[in-house]
Design a binder for this molecule. Structure first.
Ligand SMILES: Nc1ncnc2c1ncn2[C@@H]1O[C@H](COP(=O)(O)OP(=O)(O)OP(=O)(O)O)[C@@H](O)[C@H]1O
Ligand SMILES: [Zn+2]
Length: 737
């Protein structure tokens, strides 16, 4: 990873006055610029440079660059050095590393580090008003309302107070003219106080204390080290890794906590505040431009001791990063699949390595990759094998749908229905889990058999009753649900086939008319705020039956939830994904792990057609070892990760022959290497998305092969993609669709 580092070993000759600047566009190489007189630039400095007709923000990648002499006098000048801290060597090394490994353009990787937003200018001073003088000569109802609101003599935000009193700006101005009110600048919002590592240290159980010692030691050592915090659901992993964060704060360094789904972290932020006295700084894509700019600056200056963020937070320019925690490290959401294809968990380990700092991977269901690393001793395992507070792990039963089928057109089996009824009578909560958004995954005409499919994707349209539309989950296309069949014109002939969460809610409402139900599904979230308030309602016990997709499986703590019913446990097993068993095992463990966390015993019911499947058997027996042992053996035998390596190539084009032709050409010129197999091309399982035809190639190699290098050599010799032909490279793919 040192290939691109600044050429520090070159003799310290007098500055040539030229620097190489990496710009955030889809290019690997840097451009040379002249340094204007009076400006001093060194590697890492953030600069503005002309690029074609535009000015862009870039980063000095190397000083004393030696461009071709012929080009020398055609070079343009750096326009300006920005007044922000330079990008440290460790972050530049990470950019180089990620680009080299994933084959993403270096400029595009850099772009993720520069998301400070456009310059929004100096922050506007907010004005406030205060009651200072006698009442006005002439009193009106509007004036009275405003004076009453300000009668506490404090400074109120001008526009907020006017709005609250329901008065216009004219009313305010009038009262200022008469000397009743003054208008003054509001004080700037204070920098929030720093988290206090000793604010509220919990009492740890004996088991937790051992893990806490491990966490503190790793943070205190402060060198590169990977620990797997391997604790069952409800064991207190969060409380335990907070001690590593506390130790890092004490050492005056920054901590980054990565979360798979930042929208779901409301409970987490409150928990952090209970432990450290204040909320941490957030970094994710939903921040307003102003907050983004402010947070970027706070991260870069070191004013933010703790950052909680989505995967993109990994690319922030921390002033002094001392620890990374990857919560729920097994989550697929850490893989980014548009633009640069990278896995944030893996890149977190890379960043920790480059920065020489510790990293904690936390999970109740570690990925097979991480589990193998722990077994081989490459990662330290810090275990929490039982729940906190003496709570038992949930008891799990399979319901064999071949024998205990639900009534026709229904999806909840009689046994599960009965158990839900008992739970609701006991005033406990029940969760019905089904990983399918919408009302029904397919709509067909009873008269002619017509099925509603997307016009530009190879996918059925999903019925969404709340929105009254049929929707494509791949491109977002939607249409109103028609009254008559567009194919045979029959009326009232359309039937919904199969369940989605909305349909389950309908069934639950019929079965349990007095229970309060709530559906949680990503398509029903209008904002992070509404999501957080709905989750609070559940946590406070204002819902009896929760019906949800995987959104509810992740990390929540609902004290009154004791029963989880998995409506279709087989759903994830049949999709041809090499990780199908692992994903199913993780997801079902996580979702059932929401049960019985606080009081009483949790139970999970798995509705399945294949109770004899190894995953179902391991779940029912609570036999984690059996699952990992069989899965690891299978991967070893077949050479799948982590015992071999994979890379996907996805070729797509506006028509089928172009895509297929190019994919075949690629396969034909693949360099021969006996350690590597190139499979395909084959039509992708999702053969058409947004009108683009897709073909896939899969590269499968032995573990010690540098797949990135192989791909670079191969693709370097491939014809250029022209027109609407597109080639995507996905090293370590998570999705095979
Ligand atoms: N030492 C402790 N003192 C007080 N409360 C604790 C302690 N440890 C854990 N808890 C509480 O126990 C509950 C479960 O802990 P936590 O959510 O951290 O578990 P987890 O291991 O992260 O579970 P999951 O993997 O299911 O998310 C939380 O409400 C937490 O506040
Ligand atoms: Zn579509």
């Amino acid at each position: 990873m040192d290939d691109h580092s600044p050429r520090a070993s070159s003799p310290p000759t007098s500055s040539t006055g030229i620097v190489d600047v990496l710009v955030p566009v889809a290019l690997d190489h840097t451009y040379s610029y002249r340094v204007p007189r009076g400006v001093e630039l060194k590697a890492g400095d953030v600069v503005c440079v002309p690029l074609g007709p535009r000015e862009v923000v870039g980063v000095v990648w190397a000083e004393n660059a030696k461009p071709e002499p012929r080009l020398h006098n055609r070079l343009k000048d750096v326009s300006e050095k920005l007044d922000v801290p330079p990008l440290k060597g460790e972050l530049r090394a990470l950019v180089d590393w990620v680009s080299n490994y994933t084959l993403s353009a270096r400029g595009m990787v850099l772009r993720m580090c520069l998301r400070m937003g456009e310059d929004l200018g100096p922050e506007r001073v907010r004005m406030g008003m205060r009651l200072v003088g006698p009442p006005p000569q002439r009193m009106t109802p509007a004036r009275r309302r405003l004076i009453e609101l300000l009668s506490d003599g404090l400074l109120h935000g001008k526009s907020e107070a006017a709005k609250e009193a329901g008065v216009s700006a004219g009313v305010v101005d009038g009262l200022v003219d008469e000397g009743t009110l003054t208008v003054e600048a509001m004080p700037k919002p204070l920098v929030p106080p720093a988290p206090d590592p000793s604010y509220a240290v919990p009492e740890f159980s004996r088991q937790q204390r051992t893990a806490v010692d491990g966490m503190r030691a790793l943070a205190a050592n402060g060198t590169f080290h990977v620990a797997l915090l391997d604790g069952v659901t409800g064991s207190g992993k969060t409380e335990v890794y907070f001690e590593a964060v506390a130790e890092t704060i004490r050492r005056g360094k920054q901590s980054l906590i990565l979360m798979p789904e930042i929208a779901l972290t409301g409970q987490f932020l409150d928990r952090f505040a209970r432990r450290f006295g204040v909320r941490p700084l957030e970094w994710h894509s939903e921040l307003t431009p102003r907050t983004r700019q402010r947070n970027w600056a706070a991260i870069a200056s070191g004013e933010a001791p703790v950052v909680v963020g989505a995967r993109s937070a990994l690319f922030m320019p921390y002033a002094d990063l001392g620890l990374i925690v990857v919560d729920e490290e097994h989550e697929q959401a850490y893989k980014q699949d548009d633009g640069a294809h990278y896995h944030a968990r893996d890149m977190a380990v890379v960043r920790a390595h480059v920065a020489k700092i510790p990293v904690v991977l936390a999970s109740a269901t570690p990925s097979v990759e991480t589990e193998v690393n722990a077994r081989k001793g490459r990662y330290q395992r810090i275990a929490l094998p039982s729940r906190f507070g003496g709570q038992h792990m949930p008891h799990i039963e399979a319901i064999d749908l071949r024998r205990e089928a639900p009534p026709r057109g229904r999806f909840i089996s009689p046994r599960l229905a009965e158990q839900i009824r008992f739970a609701v009578e006991r005033r406990e909560q029940a969760l019905l889990f089904l990983n399918r958004r919408g009302y029904a995954p397919l709509t067909l005409c009873r008269a002619c058999g017509h099925r509603f499919a997307c016009t530009i994707c190879d996918a059925w349209l999903v019925d969404h009753r709340f929105r009254q539309r049929l929707v494509c989950h791949h491109c977002g296309f939607s249409m109103p649900r028609p009254h008559a069949c567009p194919n045979c014109a029959a009326e009232e002939s359309l039937v919904a086939v199969g369940p989605g969460v909305e349909r389950l809610q309908e069934e639950a409402a019929q079965l349990f008319p007095d229970a309060r139900t709530m559906v949680l599904s990503s398509d029903l979230i209008t904002s992070i705020e509404t999501m957080r308030s709905e989750l609070n309602e559940i946590a406070e016990g204002r819902v009896d039956i929760i019906i949800g997709t995987q959104l509810v499986a992740k990390g929540h703590h609902f004290p009154r939830l004791n029963l989880v019913g998995v409506v279709d446990a087989d759903l994830g097993l049949s999709n041809g994904d090499p990780r199908a068993a692992e994903r199913t095992w993780q997801l079902l463990n996580q979702v059932i792990g929401r049960a019985g966390r606080d009081q009483g015993r949790g139970v999970g019911y798995l509705q399945t057609h294949q109770p004899e499947h190894p995953v179902m058997k391991a779940l029912v027996a609570c036999d984690r070892e059996a699952f990992y042992a069989s899965e690891i053996e299978m991967r070893e035998k077949t050479g799948y990760p982590p015992f071999g390596r994979l890379a996907g190539l996805i070729v797509s084009a506006g028509d089928r022959p172009t895509a297929e032709g190019f994919a075949r050409k690629l396969a034909a010129i693949a360099p021969i290497d006996e350690r590597i197999k190139v499979l395909g091309p084959a039509e992708a399982p999702l053969a058409v998305i947004k009108g683009r035809y897709r073909f896939r190639l899969l590269v499968k190699s032995l573990r010690n092969v540098d797949v990135s290098e192989y791909l670079r050599e191969w693709l370097g010799a491939a014809p250029k993609t022209k027109g609407n032909l597109k080639l995507e490279v996905d090293v370590d793919p998570q999705s095979f669709l």
